[in-house]
Design a protein. Structure first.
Length: 395
């Protein structure tokens, strides 16, 4: 069995149950190793600590499958782990009846590099690490058995695979996709493009926050920026918004958003307006038009994929929040988000606070938001808390 021996002191993070072993922590390896192979991790005194997947091309050289160094990593291991993850969600009252659901959330479910989402009768698998890629067949078999879904599609096309020395892969793994795939999310019908949509087809992490937006929208003039396929917009309309202006730079996303609105004939279509425009420019243009809003939603893409991009990203977050505060009526609410791992919640709050000061407004936080409960954060892996949000009310 191949072994990975750590440098002195580098076992501390493993003893705290953090599953990543960085290149600088590795003293040497022993035995023949190929990408994705399982290694036994040892400290400098050769005490066994864990079983992990080897990734020679990544700065994260190994990811722990099990902190039991005697564990066997085989088909049965993935069967147990995936069944346990599915069962945990089935016991959660907010998740039990969801048609769109994350079933496995990487490290937080003990399966680094494994993302599994379910949309009705279709399961989407995303494998982002060398270890996960090596066990593709076992993972697919396990998820089919745990869910009873015969239709499995792979969306392993994220940029992080290149860091693992892996090529992008996308396509059916079992069964087939329906002609149109839709889910019901708290009474709103939404089309999901598994093959071509963002992530695995939809942003499931914002499910509960979209529902909250619906409860806050009654009677308000709503502006939804970076609206993608209109999830927040539809919930706002369902919640009784007086009007909803939705802006995105992607024409295909807006086509899907308009289609999603048609899927919901009970909503007042006359209250919805869609604009294809760069949000940064649109916010300034709306101020020039004299438009005002009682509720603004900012759900931008990832501005800072790593801490190295934080400074530039902070300027972008500051800009959109500043412009939003200038468009917000007294008593109005701003729902603002960051999904950038390089921007922590404390920094994000400082950015939003600075935007309010520069806009000359007073505001307070009435809700702190995070990803939905099917996207858990492991206590030992704070890096998993990528999505953070604030609901601020203007005085």
């Amino acid at each position: 069995m191949a072994e990975l021996i750590l440098k002195p002191g580098k076992e501390r993070s493993l003893l705290r149950r953090h599953p990543w072993i960085f290149a600088g922590s590795v003293a040497r390896t022993e035995g023949r190793l190929r990408p994705g192979d399982t290694v036994t991790v040892l400290d400098r005194d050769h005490r066994p600590l864990a079983r992990a997947a080897w990734s020679p091309h990544s700065q994260i050289r190994a990811r722990v499958w099990s902190f039991d160094p005697s564990a066997t990593i085989d088909h049965a291991f993935f069967k147990r782990a995936i069944a346990a993850a599915v069962s945990r969600r089935a016991r959660h009252p907010r998740l039990r009846d969801q048609q769109g659901l994350r079933l496995v959330h990487g490290e937080s479910d003990g399966l680094p590099g494994v993302i599994i989402d379910r949309y009705g009768d279709v399961v989407v698998v995303q494998l982002t690490s060398a270890g996960a890629d090596k066990w593709r067949g076992a993972i697919v078999d396990a998820v089919v058995q745990a869910t009873g879904c015969a239709n499995v599609y792979e969306r392993s096309d994220s940029d992080v695979r290149a860091l693992e020395g892996l090529q992008a892969m996308s396509g059916p793994l079992a069964g087939s996709l329906p002609r149109e795939l839709t889910i019901d999310e708290y009474g709103v019908r939404i089309a999901v493009d598994v093959a071509g949509g963002h992530k695995t087809g939809f942003y499931l992490d914002q499910r509960e926050n979209r529902a909250l937006a619906g409860t806050l929208a009654a009677g308000r003039r709503v502006l939804n920026c970076f609206c993608y396929t209109g999830g927040f917009s539809l919930q706002a309309l369902a919640g009784g918004a007086a009007e909803v202006l939705s802006i995105d730079s992607s024409a295909p996303a807006l086509v899907t958003a308009s289609h999603n609105l048609r899927l919901n004939p009970g909503l007042d279509h006359q209250r919805a307006e869609w604009r294809e425009e760069d949000v940064f420019q649109a916010l300034r243009g709306l101020r020039g038009e004299g438009r005002r809003f009682d509720m603004i939603i900012l759900d931008p893409p990832k501005f800072a994929p790593s801490a190295g991009h934080a400074e530039r990203a902070a300027r972008a977050y500051k800009d959109i929040n500043l412009q939003a505060f200038r468009l917000l009526e007294a008593g109005g609410v701003l729902m603002t988000y960051s999904c950038s791992g390089g921007i922590g919640i404390e920094l994000f709050q400082r950015i939003v606070a600075g935007a309010a000061v520069d806009a000359g407004v007073e505001a307070c936080i009435i809700h702190r938001l995070a990803a939905a409960p099917d996207h858990p954060v492991g206590l030992a892996v704070p890096e998993g808390e990528y999505l953070k949000g604030l609901v601020c009310q203007r005085a």
